[in-house]
Design a protein around this ligand. Structure first.
Ligand code: RET
Length: 301
């Protein structure tokens, strides 16, 4: 609780000690409040680094006996876990974060309002992670449903807009058009991704048969729920500072486990059991350029 007498003593010491008005200070020191990660957050970041490294290793091992032409899901899941492991390493070892500061007004009933600065640690590594890994997750969903390249590219670009606009919003000045502008752009990008992948995916997956359609529906609903949690946590933590930095790290850790290792494992195991969900990529992807133009026996039906 703020004691008004203490505040008056701090602001006008001469007036309160002698009873006579003293010189009114023109510059009042404003203390800065810091919201930084602590021991719990630090440990969580190291655990996630280990978990993501392990999951990248498992996904790579699962591709061992799979021909290159059928490895697209293994490669994307290994890569998104690996990128996440690297960003968790950066965060755990004390890099890839900076302070986002804004002035907070303190109301007092007996003396004029004062201000203090509030600085929160924002890990920009998360945005680097999302910019590199969410396109790979979307690519998986689009491949599973059989969405065409044009729509997949549109969804990936909208996703990048969402992440970069989110980064600018996180460091934007509070209460300005700048911050809300970037936030709105990020939300529009998000809605575009959900609408695009959801609509096109649901339409295209019908051509792949009932079993793939069922798998796609459950994976897509699961992803939709997990993805929706990210902006909610962002609003509570990064935007409104309602949780500590450690709680933010813990919540994002759970979401990242659900969005990457759990999603990846589910995709790899279930697509193995459904032959129609297999993707066989020939040509440059599996044979390289030297094979281009060569006639392979069995290619002509
Ligand atoms: C931001 C900024 C505020 C507005 C919106 C956002 C959306 C973030 C999402 C992130 C998904 C991340 C995933 C990571 C997997 O590891 C950038 C928080 C809409 C949807 C799936």
């Amino acid at each position: 609780m703020i004691n008004p007498d203490q505040v008056a003593e701090m602001l006008y010491p001469a007036a309160t000690s002698t009873g006579k008005p003293g010189p009114i200070p023109t510059v009042v020191p404003t203390p800065t409040h810091y919201q930084l990660s602590g021991e719990t957050g630090h440990r969580t970041l190291w655990v996630l680094f280990a978990g993501m490294t392990l999951s990248a290793g498992i996904f790579a091992l699962l591709s061992w006996n799979v021909p290159t032409s059928k490895r697209i899901y293994h490669i994307t899941t290994t890569l998104f876990s690996l990128v996440s492991a690297l960003t968790y390493f950066a965060m755990a070892s004390g890099q890839a974060s900076s302070l986002s500061c804004h002035a907070v007004r303190d109301h007092h009933s007996h003396v004029p309002d004062t201000f203090h600065d509030e600085c929160r640690q924002v890990y920009w590594a998360r945005y680097v992670d999302w910019a590199l890994t969410t396109p790979l997750i979307l690519l998986n969903l689009c491949l599973l449903a059989g969405v065409d390249g044009a729509h997949t590219l549109m969804a990936i670009v909208a996703d990048l807009v969402m992440v970069l606009a989110g980064l600018f919003a996180a460091y934007g000045t509070d209460g300005t058009a700048q911050k809300w502008g970037w936030f709105t752009i990020s939300c529009l990008g998000y809605l575009f991704v959900v609408w695009h992948v959801g609509l096109q995916g649901t339409r295209m997956v019908q051509n792949k048969g009932g079993r793939v359609a069922k798998l796609w529906a459950s994976v897509a609903i699961y992803s939709l729920a997990v993805w929706a949690a990210y902006p909610i946590i962002w609003g509570i933590a990064t935007l409104s500072h309602k949780t500590s930095v450690d709680t933010e790290i813990l919540i994002y850790a759970v979401l990242d486990i659900l969005a990457k290792p759990v999603f990846g494992l589910w995709l790899l195991i279930s697509h193995r059991a459904i032959a129609e969900s297999n993707i066989d990529l020939g040509g440059y992807w599996s044979q390289g350029l030297s094979a281009e133009g060569r006639i392979r026996i069995g290619d002509e039906e």
